[in-house]
Design a protein around this ligand. Structure first.
Ligand SMILES: Cc1cc2nc3c(=O)[nH]c(=O)nc-3n(C[C@H](O)[C@H](O)[C@H](O)COP(=O)(O)OP(=O)(O)OC[C@H]3O[C@@H](n4cnc5c(N)ncnc54)[C@H](O)[C@@H]3O)c2cc1C
Length: 431
């Protein structure tokens, strides 16, 4: 009986000639051998440890437990062991820390993003909390209070899994995410601190220890930036209620919640009324994460598709012997390579900018590139992956069916016995 050999993405680092050539081009000789050796070792960890954890994490989504058995409000979010393990791996590998240790001077960001690019496709999107963590660390580094610098910053940039914190970023409210001027959360001053009240409509990484958020100080029109520590010393949420977890189309492992703040203590960061300008320091980092993760996904998708094209036969020859198939893959490869160059040049400029090494022109190019690469790689990522999904032909349909079977509403239907239902679904999915 025939069984198709499945595609394999190979060794994430050693087989990535473009990443290796970019490292040779940008990283000076004195740093190169350490960085290459570390990425090679990490590539094996991605393949041998992280990939199976990512699958486990995506198939065991987080659960919101609002009350304990005695009716007390607890608002726990229970996540899988695999998701927790991602937290430990991220800390051990220094995915955030590398950018702030700056052991490789202005090349530290380039090295960090190369590692993130390898981490992301097998992380079940643990890269999302890391992006916001890195952005929060940058905000604190630039404008945090003395306390935040001596405590939170150290947690956010730690390599010790037990000390490592992640941070959320709570901006979007029901009134809008692109335009946050309608934000309804109010901050009331209370001595040294503020107390926030309002509803945050999208808060990813809700299991984080802290978050950066926007609110209007009572009586003011403009937004200010605040830092919130989610739990008190006893581990109780600080006047925060979790309304529900979002039921998202993708990113199942990542908990994204709707929250109500009911007088949550918060620390003002930077000047009052300059919240949007100040939180842009966080965006600049998260946008580059977004691009880096998009190119990471493009690479993973292409590695699988190219490998499959060597194994799958149609009309007497392998797919990679069919000119039109190769033409399609080469177009995708071209778009991916262009995205890589843009993204990693931006990472290089970011590292230089943080150490004040950019010329005025480089600084302006960086400012221009950050939103552009986020937009371009996000759009390109969807196109490339969509095309790659088609390169596996109908097999993908069966995978989607397997996925659908895992849904609550379908799980009691014995597909083997209910053939009509199976065909009905097949037609539905195909259409
Ligand atoms: C998986 C996921 C996780 C998220 N996690 C977080 C999180 O952790 N924290 C957080 O704060 N938010 C989070 N968000 C929310 C996200 O930031 C917002 O959804 C996003 O900013 C868009 O805001 P909106 O949904 O209100 O859409 P709107 O702002 O209402 O936009 C609707 C449409 O209008 C378009 N549009 C808006 N303004 C303009 C304009 N000026 N010109 C032309 N077109 C325009 C938009 O492009 C979009 O197509 C998350 C979203 C998702 C999907």
């Amino acid at each position: 009986m025939f069984f198709q050999s499945p595609p394999d993405f190979g060794q994430p680092f050693e087989d990535d000639h473009l990443l290796i050539s970019l490292l040779h081009r940008y990283i000076p000789q004195e740093h190169l051998s350490f960085i290459l050796a570390d990425l090679k070792k990490f590539g094996s960890r991605v393949k041998n440890e992280m990939e199976s954890l990512a699958k486990k994490a995506e198939s065991s989504p987080p659960v919101h437990v609002p009350y304990d058995p005695w009716g007390k409000r607890i608002d726990e979010i229970r996540v899988s062991d695999a998701w927790q393990r991602m937290h430990e791996i991220a800390a051990e590998e220094g995915i955030v820390a590398i950018g702030y240790e700056r052991k490789f001077s202005e090349f530290s960001r380039f090295y960090q993003f190369a590692k993130l690019y390898l981490f992301h496709p097998s992380s079940a999107i643990y890269s999302c909390p890391l992006a916001m963590t890195d952005g929060a660390a940058r905000v604190i580094e630039l404008m945090g209070t003395k306390d935040l610098k001596s405590q939170a910053f150290k947690h956010l940039t730690s390599r010790d899994p037990n000390r490592f914190w992640t941070s959320g970023q709570w901006m979007t409210e029901k009134t809008g995410g692109s335009d946050v001027s309608g934000t309804q959360t109010v901050a009331k001053v209370e001595g040294e601190i503020y107390r926030l009240s309002g509803i945050k409509w999208f808060t990813s990484a809700t299991t984080s220890e802290m978050a950066m958020t926007l609110a209007k100080i009572e009586g003011e029109d403009k937004l200010s930036l605040f830092c919130v520590k989610l739990r008190d010393e006893e581990g109780n949420l600080q006047n925060i209620e979790i309304n529900r977890l979002k039921d998202k189309l993708g990113t199942k492992a990542l908990p994204t919640a709707e929250l109500t703040l009911k007088g949550t203590p918060a620390t003002l960061i930077g000047e009052r009324g300059k919240g949007v300008k100040n939180i842009a320091n966080l965006f600049n980092v998260t946008r580059i994460y977004n691009a880096c993760c998009a190119v990471g996904y493009m690479k993973r998708a292409l590695a699988l598709s190219i490998d499959y094209s060597k194994k799958r036969k149609a009309f007497g020859k392998t797919l990679n012997e069919h000119g039109l198939h190769v033409h399609t893959l080469s177009q995708l490869q071209l778009a991916y390579e262009a995205s890589m160059h843009l993204t990693f040049h931006t990472a290089y400029l970011l590292g230089r900018s943080e150490l004040n090494k950019n010329s005025d022109t480089e600084e302006r190019v960086l400012r221009l590139l950050i939103p552009l690469i986020k937009l371009y790689t996000a759009k390109m990522g969807v196109q490339i992956i969509s095309e790659v999904v088609e390169s596996f032909g109908g097999l993908v349909t069966l995978r989607i069916l397997a996925f659908l079977r895992s849904f609550e509403m379908l799980k009691f239907w014995p597909f083997g016995k209910e053939r009509p239902m199976y065909f009905h679904l097949m037609l539905y999915v195909r259409s």
